[in-house]
Design a protein around this ligand. Structure first.
Ligand code: BDR
Ligand code: CA
Length: 309
């Protein structure tokens, strides 16, 4: 198997950390660049967190700083979920200093030198950095095999009744990415809510052993409050669903839809309108991940976390 060139843009973030480790442990992916964006907490935390997460997994991959606020709207974090440092209070050993430069420049440089339709771009935070890439050099969309985004909600949002956090944080950037012309896959809340980490999964991870990374992952899982949305049964592994689609698509049922995002100022701001029946003639084609085999997802995730150093 030839690992696919992959770039991950993220805002770690407790579930981003798990997702990054899944990607770094996956032989299907060759993660060549990690970029950070402000989201769950400010860039002052997401950037060093990304560097520390990569280093703990024993990888030497460039980590580059991106935007610390959305293109147009107000920046609002989710520290109430992820803790003030973004990792549920867990302090990881520091990683190396980030590579100089800006995320969107670094992504565009990688894409420019890539073969057509070769790069998998995984977006786990607000789409600001990715939006800047395609706003400034739209022709690079043809280098992308697929853009996989954890974003949006078909049903109820988690930031507002209408909107999921990443989409709500920067809908203008998301609109640019959805319309860029590259194939897009959407892991919305409707599917990521199905990947619920329960005490049983935490016990399985502990039992799987592993090194410092698995220990950190278990500590993160223990630190995050179980969500009200799940009835207090666990917490959702939103971002790891996006990575799992890139690694093991057989775990998902999916449909081709038309998708667009509400960039208005009202209560619908950040809402992703998903047209499963192609009635509207609006929006851009996207692959909507509808269901995930949750048992298969954790059977993939836990041993891979345990296989890292
Ligand atoms: C998304 O928002 C963030 O809080 C998570 O990291 C995930 O990317 C879920 O709505
Ligand atoms: Ca995230």
């Amino acid at each position: 198997m030839t690992p696919r060139p992959t770039i991950i843009d993220c805002d770690p973030g407790t579930d981003d950390a798990i997702a990054l480790w899944l990607a770094l442990a996956s032989p299907e992916l060759d993660v060549q660049l990690v970029t950070a964006v402000g989201g769950n907490v400010g860039l002052a935390h997401t950037l060093p967190n990304a560097a520390a997460i990569v280093a703990l997994a024993g990888k030497r991959i460039p980590v580059v700083a991106g935007a610390d606020r959305p293109l147009l709207g107000r920046f609002i974090d989710a520290a109430h979920v992820h803790g003030d440092n973004g990792l549920g209070g867990l302090i990881l050993p520091s990683g190396p200093p980030p590579q100089a430069g800006l995320a969107s420049d670094a992504i565009r440089a990688r894409l420019r030198e890539a073969a057509p339709r070769s790069v998998t771009l995984i977006g786990l935070g607000p789409a600001t950095n990715l939006g800047l890439v395609f706003a400034t050099e739209p022709e690079l969309a043809d280098r992308v095999a697929e853009i996989v985004l954890m974003t949006g909600a078909v049903g109820e949002g988690n930031a507002t009744p209408a909107a999921e956090f990443n989409a709500w944080n920067d809908p203008e950037a998301l609109a640019i990415v959805l319309a860029c012309g590259a194939p897009v896959a959407l892991a919305t809340l409707d599917v990521t809510n199905q990947a619920l980490c329960t005490p049983d999964h935490i016990a399985q991870l502990r039992a799987a052993g592993g090194g410092a990374t698995a220990d950190a992952a278990a500590r993160i899982w223990q630190a995050v409050k179980f969500s009200r949305r799940s009835g207090g049964l666990g917490h959702e592994q939103h971002d790891a669903c996006a990575v799992a689609w890139a690694v093991a698509p057989h775990l998902f049922r999916h449909a081709t839809v038309l998708a667009e995002v509400d960039c208005g100022p009202g209560i619908g701001r950040g809402r992703t309108a998903v047209d499963r029946w192609h009635r509207s003639g609006r929006g851009s084609p996207a692959t909507l991940l509808e269901t995930v085999d949750a048992a298969g997802f954790f059977a993939l995730l836990i041993p891979r976390l345990a296989a890292l150093p």
